[in-house]
Design a protein around this ligand. Structure first.
Ligand code: AMP
Ligand code: MG
Length: 318
């Protein structure tokens, strides 16, 4: 999974592969939901250990290496973000989805810890308010999009409107009459694809991550929250209620990923049973993407440089 930590080797190899990341391309391909192909969630690992060629990897040594890569990527992300900001052309929209306890909050905290908070906005989307319900389902997201030069993170997103809402259609309110069948949901996927196309055409880079955990790991994490008084605050009875709908959720995630993984906004199905695996992969994918934009710091013309120098001279004299 991991590349040798030899930078010269990395540069030539990654140029050839068209990416600059530290994680081998074949593993990234494995977790990318190929646009236009039907995927089955069950075919995607929640745990890397299921990978045949990783079985022999010594767990601790492997983890240590992965954490080192996460560290390197964190630093790389911080400088990539500065360049994104300085060049002021693109924005990055990162969408994080996943079942309760999948690790969305922790990913944000760990992956973005080195990034300048001024250039980064996180929005967590909850049950819509009355005001939000009085608008189209995309309205509240429009207002939260990152500005040019910024990284925006959506902790849950408009995908909830084809996920939790598809599992519980009774939550839909005040819509024009009509059946809530296939046609209705297909229209929502279409709205989402069109919305993302529009954003992409105008300079938004979209990366979508589904943090894929197993049912057993969710059980363990929910019980941990119940048994540790430092974690009570994370516990919610709704999480247990929603767990009853596990299979329905897997099905609607699968539908949504199949309908909306596109070249301009692909889905990555991230194995998230181990938090360090998920974080390492996500940091690598984001960093690689920003670097592939080949951004430059704005160039200063000779004329402007002469003016700056003159201003500097005047300041020294005052
Ligand atoms: P959390 O992320 O744990 O703070 O929980 C946020 C809750 O808001 C989750 O239970 C989501 O399912 C719910 N939620 C987010 N968006 C929507 C939506 N559009 N409609 C209904 N519930 C939503
Ligand atoms: Mg929660």
């Amino acid at each position: 999974m991991l590349r040798e930590n030899n930078h010269e080797h990395n540069v030539s190899q990654t140029r050839r592969e068209g990416r600059i990341g530290l994680i081998a391309n074949k593993y990234l391909k494995r977790i990318r939901a190929a646009p236009g192909k039907k995927i089955r969630l069950g075919d995607f690992p929640t745990d890397w250990a299921q990978e045949r060629d990783l079985k022999d990897a010594e767990k601790e040594a492997f983890k240590e290496k992965a954490l080192k890569i996460l560290d390197e990527n964190r630093a790389a992300l911080a400088s990539a973000q500065e360049l994104l900001w300085a060049s002021n052309v693109y924005s990055i929209l990162i969408i994080l989805q996943g079942m309760d306890t999948a690790g969305k909050d922790g990913t944000i905290k760990h992956v973005l810890s080195g990034v300048n908070p001024q250039g980064c906005k996180v929005h967590s989307f909850k049950v819509p308010t009355e005001e939000e319900l009085d608008h189209t389902f995309l309205w509240r997201f429009w207002r939260a999009l990152p500005n040019r030069g910024e990284i925006g993170i959506f902790n849950r997103s408009y995908y909830e409107d084809v996920l939790v809402v598809k599992v519980h259609p009774e939550r839909l309110r005040n819509l024009p009459p009509g059946k809530l069948g296939k046609k209705f949901w297909n229209a929502r996927y279409e709205d989402i694809n069109t919305f993302e196309q529009h954003l992409a055409r105008n300079g938004t880079i979209i990366l979508k991550f589904f943090l894929h955990i197993s049912r057993e790991v969710q059980k363990k994490r929910l019980l941990d929250r119940l048994n540790d008084d430092d974690k009570y605050w994370k516990f919610s009875l709704t999480d247990i209620a929603e767990r009853q709908f596990w299979n329905d959720y897997q099905a609607v995630y699968e539908d949504a990923i199949n309908a909306t993984s596109t070249d301009i906004a692909p889905w990555y199905v991230i194995p998230a049973d181990h938090k360090w695996v998920a974080r390492t992969l996500i940091a690598d994918i984001i960093t690689t993407k920003i670097r592939s934009l080949d951004l430059q710091y704005p160039q200063v013309t000779d004329e402007i440089l002469a003016k700056y120098r003159e201003a500097g001279r005047q300041m020294e004299e005052d």
